[in-house]
Ligand binder design. Structure first.
Ligand code: SF4
Length: 252
């Protein structure tokens, strides 16, 4: 998609600005695809079924186009906002970024989320647990599959979003944001939503095989503690209004 077409598409009223910033990127399950510019772009880019195939040459060629478009957009943004790319790219700025990344990685909520994602990986690697994750169960098979899908979708997502939240908070300390909504809180909010949904999904799996109940309860307890820690670290996250998802979040 060329730059002008992208700009024209972006100007359509149906899109909610920034809706994709605090979503869970699960477009297949998203109730707001028609309001999302990001979704519209990817649909246009990959409308040809062939381009959906990751091994297809057309896919990579589309990505090369997207790469060129992105560079053009960057150039435009630099001109428009008077940014100095050389300043962004100094050794000191890289070192500073790395220092903050390390600080975020060692934050307790990020460390706990990383442990959770590894534990889930191990759990699903065990053949006995694959039975639960797999098929062949008559009872409530659909909801079971949904539950596994939810756990798998959010397994790494929670860590990634908490990293962004903690990392963002470090930047925000240096900025004067006053009453503006904070990116760190939006990221923490979607991480909390992912935790809540994962807890619900583990609850759905609970009881299917009694020998696994204790382990499943441990997952639920672990996530519940993580949830509490995230709420303590980001006390305003729950009230952050995610553009386009206010109704879903509040149930109103
Ligand atoms: S808002 Fe919905 S459609 Fe858009 S990127 Fe997020 S999940 Fe996908």
């Amino acid at each position: 998609m060329d730059k002008d077409h992208l700009k024209k598409l972006a100007s359509e009223k149906r899109f909610i600005p920034g809706i994709y910033n605090y979503c869970d990127r699960w477009c297949e399950r998203c109730p707001q695809t028609s309001r999302c510019l990001n979704f519209a772009c990817s649909e246009e880019e990959f409308a040809d079924p062939e381009t959906r195939d990751i091994e297809n040459e057309a896919f990579w060629s589309k990505l090369s186009e997207a790469f060129r478009d992105a560079l053009e957009l960057l150039k435009d943004a630099v001109e428009e906002h008077g940014m100095d790319l050389d300043e962004l790219d100094t050794e000191a700025s890289h070192e500073e970024l790395e220092r903050k990344d390390e600080m975020a990685k060692s934050h307790e909520v990020c460390r706990a989320a990383k442990v959770y994602s590894d534990l889930v990986q191990n759990w699903f690697s065990s053949p006995a647990n694959l039975l639960v994750a797999g098929t062949g169960l008559d009872r409530e098979e659909a909801s079971l599959e949904d539950a596994v899908e939810v756990i798998r979708w959010y397994q790494h997502f929670i860590y990634v979003k908490l990293m962004r939240a903690v990392r963002g908070e470090l930047d925000e300390r240096e900025e004067e944001l006053d009453d503006l909504p904070k990116d760190s809180e939006g990221s923490a909010k979607i991480a909390l939503i992912a935790i809540d949904r994962s807890i619900g999904a583990w609850g759905t799996i609970y009881g299917l095989h009694s020998f696994q109940n204790e382990k499943i309860l441990r997952f639920i307890a672990y996530l519940d503690r993580l949830r509490e820690e995230v709420e303590k670290t980001f006390p305003d996250a729950r009230s952050f209004a995610r553009p386009g998802f206010e109704k879903l979040d509040t149930g109103k």
